[in-house]
Design a protein around this ligand. Sequence first.
Ligand code: ZN
Length: 294
Amino acid sequence: MTLKINNNLFHELCPICGSISITNAYNLMYEGKLSYSSTQIELLKKPELWKCNECKSFFTQNAINEEDSVSLYKNSDAGKRWDAKKFEDEKTPYCVNVFKKFIRKDIEVLDIGCNTGEFLDFAKNNGASTYGFEYSIKSIEICESKGHTMLENLEVENKKFDVITAFDLVEHLYHPNTFFDKVIKLLKPNGKLIIFTGDIDCWAFKNCKGRWWYLNYPEHVIFISKNFYENKLHGLKLKNIYYTFNNRYFKNLNFTMAAIFNYSKMLGLRKGLKPYEGLPSPTPDHIIAVLSKT
Ligand SMILES: [Zn+2]
């Protein structure tokens, strides 16, 4: 069954920093029928990618409304869509080592948007107490069965965490500042928020623009720049950014492959084929941003 979606969410201000100085950057290559999580949908409007001239972030216009998005996500069997590999087997060794720096014995870790708990398993195996938050009912059941404590919401009183992680989450947020405010309240003094997300400042996006695979409309709605974390975010201070690949399989596709994909089209060798969408990427296209409560 295909659900018709009125994708008419239009921002007058930057949804990330609130600036009025926003401009249409690129058309997005999505229209008609597509899938949202595991549900088939049909869009009524053409989506666009806009840029904020103030914080240098990007966001989608003619996004689908938050209520539609939440209900689509809640009813999807996310665990079925993303096959659940062990965290250490899925991520690059570099990425795993970055997280090993922050996950220690006896600390309390909350993973927001924890899906079926692969990162929480990793944290638990490294001696941390593990907590998760997730919309998907199926995912909650799986996490609980593995011994992780699931929060019903993020308005938790009397509970603070040493480390809060957000994998593949911030790009889905309709109200990023509400999210950051909640996280600040949930962190212990000097606690860390560690964000894993696509890098809107990366080579692949600069080359592919509106075609970049990671834009992934309609699920991804905002693309927060490094500039925002550095200059416009209050209450959390950017400590470090690590540049990485989405997972170890993407990394193994090397630069030569990317060059062939990218330039064979210019030479007229790829007529009729899909243009390059940034995979494989010759350079890392994700970041691990470590922010500390100030
Ligand atoms: Zn902005």
